[in-house]
Design a protein around this ligand. Sequence first.
Ligand code: GLN
Length: 236
Amino acid sequence: MAVVGVLALQGSFNEHIAALRRLGVKGVEIRKPEQLDSVASLIIPGGESTTMAKLAQYHNLFPALREFVTMGKPVWGTCAGLIFLANNATGQKRGGQELIGGLDCTVNRNFFGSQIQSFEAELSVPELASKEGGPETFRGVFIRAPAILEVGPEVQVLAECPVPSNKVLASRSEVEDQEEKLSEKKVIVAVRQGNLLGTAFHPELTADTRWHSYFLRMSSSVAEVASSSIVAVGGE
Ligand code: GLN
């Protein structure tokens, strides 16, 4: 049975483990750097990214997490986990927090506003449609959610979300130069860059396991590419 690590410092790690269990996959709680050696992929849950960063510093996890990412191992960050994986985060109070980085994007931490402005939205996600013609729509749960304001050339956009019309922008000054995006009233909320997946919403809080299945498929294809390049190097 496949084993997936779930960073278990804070936030919705139990919900991710339960979603994996529904797919017959074991999720292992990760709290110490050496525990990362026993898993081939990692989920970083939603929660509160400043608190998560402080706990990660306390447990000396940042070097091991960065190594995990740079080794090309599959990592999926949901919400606070997405912020953690981003190269840049804006909208942070009191000087910000340490990030793992690796995902070439700029994330605005509380783009959609405060806790009471949390919402659900129907997203169009072509990557989730099944070959049998299953739906490509996914109901995203956004809780004090971030949004992705800029992406680098290697980043594939998987989903965008209409900006709710009643939204009070958390930090309008920071997104003023994003006028084009705002006038379209859509922001990026799911991306993939090679071994890294980021979603601004919480699939683990729904009964729909298609994002978890997507991450598992992505992890096997990343592993296949890695092993074929080892064979290729070994064969030279
Ligand atoms: N915006 C939150 C943060 O900065 C993340 C919210 C979430 O994970 N639901 O940490």
